[in-house]
Write a protein that binds this ligand. Structure first.
Ligand code: OAD
Length: 251
């Protein structure tokens, strides 16, 4: 079994090194080992809270307390979550020029915290919070701890994240689509690939002849060329090691 897994890492490393630019698409699963619940897998946030109620723009406009009741704790404790081995591996792979960019659906800011630079946060970030009236910016965790946190002007505060019914940040989405069109491989990590347009990005890669490597504890992409069935925090350092061996052999 161990031998089989090693050979999967070798194959994945060869694809990444030999296919041109490599981009990465991440979802909630990469942050699971940092203690942040996913949405749809076991113990996921949307198992207890209906996202069409708790994370929709129309509900936020009617009653922002619902959104704050599920997201407030993360924001008020923003500094307490740390990147895990998977985030750090990706940051090192970018540093060595292997990974060109990270497209993330995550709003936890952990890729940037781990040192990754070229990160496209297509669902926004919980770090920045804006007053809906005067547009004043607050940075998590410096936000009043109330049912409905408000600005000093009295306006309701809303994190800079995408709610259902809201458009995605234009520039991040544009860059994500561009990276997907031009890369030779994409590593897809810890996403159920059920939310669009993120779920479409691997399809763009495949349509342009790029290869897909999926890392997940359960397969979610039928079209992946390689599926590594493993936790992200274990798989990424193992993959990084294989890539390092190949780079050393080639130099
Ligand atoms: P999901 O909760 O839908 O999927 C999480 C994925 O991570 C599943 O496929 C799990 O099998 C996998 N997983 C769990 N633990 C893992 C681990 N340790 N290592 C690797 N994989 C693991 O989360 P997303 O696909 O990110 O959007 O959800 C997409 C979007 O839906 C989110 O960005 C959010 C949500 O509604 C918005 O809020 C706009």
């Amino acid at each position: 079994m161990l031998q089989q897994k090693n050979s999967i890492y070798e194959k994945a490393a060869e694809i990444i090194i030999n296919s041109g630019e490599c981009t990465v698409l991440t979802g909630a699963g990469i942050s699971a080992e940092s203690g942040i619940p996913t949405f749809r897998s076991k113990g996921g946030l949307w198992k207890d809270y209906d996202p069409t109620v708790y994370a929709s723009l129309s509900t936020f406009q009617k009653d922002p307390s619902k959104y704050w009741s599920v997201r407030g704790d993360f924001i008020w404790n923003y500094g307490e979550y740390s990147p895990n081995e998977a985030h750090y591996s990706l940051a090192r792979l970018e540093e060595t020029g292997v990974v060109s960019s990270i497209i993330t659906q995550n709003i936890d800011g952990l890729h940037k915290k781990a040192g990754s630079k070229n990160v496209f946060e297509i669902h926004g970030s919980l770090r920045e919070i804006f007053c809906q009236d005067c547009n004043r910016e607050y940075i998590a965790p410096e936000v009043p701890k109330n049912d409905i946190p408000k600005c000093s002007c009295g306006g309701v505060l809303k994190p800079n994240t995408v709610l259902f019914g809201e458009p995605l940040p234009e520039r991040a989405l544009f860059n994500a689509q561009k990276e997907s069109e031009q890369c030779g491989s994409m590593i897809v990590i810890g996403t159920s690939a059920t939310v669009y347009p993120a779920a479409q990005l691997p399809l763009i890669v495949a349509r342009n002849g790029g290869k897909i490597i999926e890392i997940n504890i359960e397969r979610s992409l039928a079209s992946a060329d390689i599926f590594i069935e493993e936790k992200a925090g274990t798989a990424l350092p193992a993959l990084e090691k294989e890539i390092g061996k190949l780079l050393n052999n080639n130099s």
